[in-house]
Design a protein around this ligand. Structure first.
Ligand code: ADP
Length: 313
């Protein structure tokens, strides 16, 4: 069964179209990575899914039912984790969890059990009686996650859950997310960190300008853009002659030169590495070379023309 089914969804803010005929599906038990450059519409998509805002048109179904701001029943079964810390700093970790569990209607044994399980799940059992204001940023984030999951939602949406926290808490959150996935929970995970997405997600949807522009497993996405061989060559000596000869090799599409660094891009499977080496040897020699294997970052760049993280420019 599809846990999420968005079809032809349009959401406008004034004249601006934030979701532009968006199609997105998430199957039960799937961990979907939702990727996109800033402004792509990821948060708007998530808010629409959670029933925090209504779309202007299109179908938004969650658990097979129509989602909207007025549908509180669906929201009870969604856990939304954002970067914002929404816990109370003057309540202990335990009291916070009991409070949020209570909001979702948990009581008695179920509340006690879920609270204990969640404290353990995020590795804060030994700090249950402590107030979050004494916690590190990463521990606060983990408590925040526990509060968002205490009602055991069927669908968990994690929006950049590891941004700006220490490596230990980051690893903890990744491991917890994997365990959550293994227990069968359906997860939508947005992140700017490729290695996280590669480690956790079974499928990826890439958004740009308000719509999904590519969708598939990591392997499928990579093979969809693997249409180039890229060789980085450090020549002992740069020369126009070398550049010209490299450009004349069969299959070579472009040669970029930066000092004595050459980037030679050929059509996929052109098999011209030996020829490149031979020409470079003849034109002064080779200091080093490497062949570039595509990764998810390349897929993203090829499809959107943008870097996934601004700081990677
Ligand atoms: P992302 O999460 O991918 O960065 P958002 O969904 O936050 O993208 O935003 C998509 C676009 O919609 C952005 O250009 C943003 O400026 C615009 N936007 C988001 N929220 C509002 C709002 N409440 N009013 C007007 N424009 C908005």
């Amino acid at each position: 069964m599809a846990m999420v089914n968005m079809k032809n969804v349009i959401k406008r803010y004034g004249d601006f179209t934030a979701l532009d005929h968006l199609d997105l599906t998430v199957a039960e038990g799937e961990v979907l990575g939702l990727l996109g450059p800033n402004g792509a519409g990821k948060s708007t998509c998530i808010k629409t899914l959670c029933g925090l805002i209504d779309a202007n048109s299109g179908t938004v179904e969650v658990f097979g039912k129509a989602q909207s701001v007025s549908n509180l029943e669906i929201r009870r079964h969604i856990g939304l984790v954002t970067q914002e810390i929404t816990v109370f700093s003057d309540l202990s970790a335990l009291e916070n969890l009991r409070y949020f569990g209570g909001l979702y209607g948990l009581k008695g044994k179920e509340l006690n059990d879920n609270v204990a399980e969640m404290l353990d799940f995020v590795g804060l059992a030994d700090r249950a009686k402590k107030r979050p204001k004494t916690f590190s940023g990463g521990m606060q984030r983990r408590l925040n996650i526990a509060c968002a999951l205490v009602h055991k939602p069927k669908l968990v949406i994690m929006d950049e859950p590891t941004v700006g926290i220490d490596p230990q808490s980051r690893n903890h959150i990744l491991e917890s997310t994997k365990r959550l996935a293994e227990s069968g929970t359906t997860i939508i995970y947005t992140s700017h960190y490729m290695e996280e997405v590669q480690a956790i997600c079974s499928r990826i949807s890439i958004m740009d300008a308000g719509r999904v522009i590519a969708d598939g497993t990591i392997d499928q996405l990579m093979s969809s853009v693997t249409h180039e061989d890229r060789v980085h060559l450090t020549a002992a000596m740069a020369s126009d002659q070398l550049t010209t000869e490299l450009k004349e090799i069969a299959g070579v599409k472009t040669v970029n030169v930066n000092g004595n660094q050459y980037l030679i891009v050929s059509g996929a499977g052109s098999g011209n590495l030996n020829r490149i080496m031979e020409i470079a040897q003849r034109n002064g020699g080779i200091v080093g070379f490497s062949e570039e294997k595509p990764n998810l970052e390349d897929v993203f760049l090829t499809l959107t023309g943008k870097k996934l993280r601004d700081d990677q420019a």
